[in-house]
Design a protein around this ligand. Structure first.
Ligand SMILES: NC(=O)c1ccc[n+]([C@@H]2O[C@H](COP(=O)([O-])OP(=O)(O)OC[C@H]3O[C@@H](n4cnc5c(N)ncnc54)[C@H](OP(=O)(O)O)[C@@H]3O)[C@@H](O)[C@H]2O)c1
Length: 316
């Protein structure tokens, strides 16, 4: 992560009297909360900290309103809520200069257990909501001829894993749209970056969502039970082993904000770098069989529920 600091040091923007307005989504916990702490400590910005209703009280007490700080309620999936927040910022501080789309949810579910409602919520939170917010803030940025859109993606946006299809799809969609936006906004002087955390050392895995059938499957003994029983401890172990805390992702995002013309892709942490190069350098024919072999207990997945064809490493 620190490599970013040295590679892009010459592009650091010098602070001046102008205080850009930063809007951060999903500040109730994890990376969002750390972002709120990091940006409120730096006097060069006016910071709008947002979260859903249930966490607003907590954030008001952590970050009392001041000349440079506002705490607003924002549900990223709610059109009215998005319009209200952007409207308030426009009337008070002439609009948003830097948008950090951080809010996100993640389902742990095999595709067969997802419902249309679950898929919609996943996409509304991780893709449609951030896109609508981008549309709401762009006119002001274009007029000013400067601005930054920073979307928090994930390694899952480039490398999918079993039981995380919907999450991966939402992040892949965010990645695709951000790449197109990068081209569209360059002529207007607006930077677009995708920060891609790998596994973060945090308790965020506790916030993962289950579908009704997924929960029953994990607690029971059906054709998918072993998938859930293996993947849940595997992911929490990887997060526990990770040496990248949410705070260092927030520090990296501060550097991205302070960089003139930051890159489109910013991997956050060793895991993100590792999977990035693995995906790009390893031949596809080898990548999936290899990763499949490393999935915990994969030999027993679906065992007893299917007349499974015997496969060897090279058949996959
Ligand atoms: N943790 C990781 O290992 C990891 C890895 C790769 C990418 N990421 C990405 O990093 C971002 C932050 O994740 P995190 O690890 O900090 O997880 P987290 O602790 O679960 O934080 C997610 C935040 O998003 C908020 N949120 C969820 N739905 C929302 C909505 N409809 N409107 C507004 N806010 C909403 C949550 O608020 P509530 O408390 O109200 O639900 C929570 O504060 C996400 O986009 C995630 O996909 C995380």
């Amino acid at each position: 992560m620190s490599a970013y600091k040295y590679v892009y040091w010459f592009k650091r923007i010098r602070p001046n009297s102008y205080k850009p307005v930063i809007l951060i989504t999903g500040c109730a916990s994890g990376i969002g909360l750390e972002l709120a702490k990091v940006f409120t400590r730096v006097p060069n910005y006016r910071v709008v900290i947002t979260a859903r209703k249930g966490s607003i009280e907590k954030l008001h007490s952590l970050f009392p309103a001041s000349q440079n700080i506002r705490v607003y309620e924002l549900d990223i999936t709610d059109d009215v809520s998005r319009k209200q927040v952007v409207g308030k910022i426009c009337s008070e501080w002439e609009g948003v200069d830097i948008l950090i789309n951080n809010a996100g949810i993640s389902y742990r579910s095999v595709i067969e257990h997802m419902t249309s409602k679950d898929e919609s919520l996943q996409m509304a939170t991780n893709y449609f909501g951030p896109m609508s917010l981008i549309r709401a803030v762009l006119p002001n940025m274009r007029k000013k001829g400067r601005g930054k859109i920073i979307n928090i993606s994930s390694v899952s946006g480039m490398l999918a894993m079993p039981t995380m299809s919907s999450y991966s799809a939402s992040k892949a969609a965010l990645e695709g749209a951000s790449e197109a936006l990068w081209y569209e906004m360059r002529p207007f002087g607006i930077d677009v970056s995708l920060v891609q955390p790998g596994f973060i050392h945090s308790e965020s895995f506790k916030n993962v969502r289950y579908t009704e059938r997924g929960r029953q499957s994990e607690d029971g003994n059906d054709e998918y039970s072993q998938f859930y029983k293996s993947m849940r401890p595997f992911i929490s172990k990887l997060m526990g082993l990770s040496r990248t805390p949410a705070e260092s992702v927030a520090q990296l995002i501060l550097l991205v904000v302070q960089t003139e013309r930051p890159p489109l892709w910013v991997p956050a942490g060793f895991g993100a770098e590792f999977f990035y190069y693995l995906r790009r350098l390893m031949p596809r024919r080898l990548l999936h069989p290899l990763l499949f072999r490393f999935l915990p207990g994969v030999r027993h997945w679906g065992e007893g529920f299917s007349r499974k064809r015997k496969t060897t490493f090279w058949d996959l």
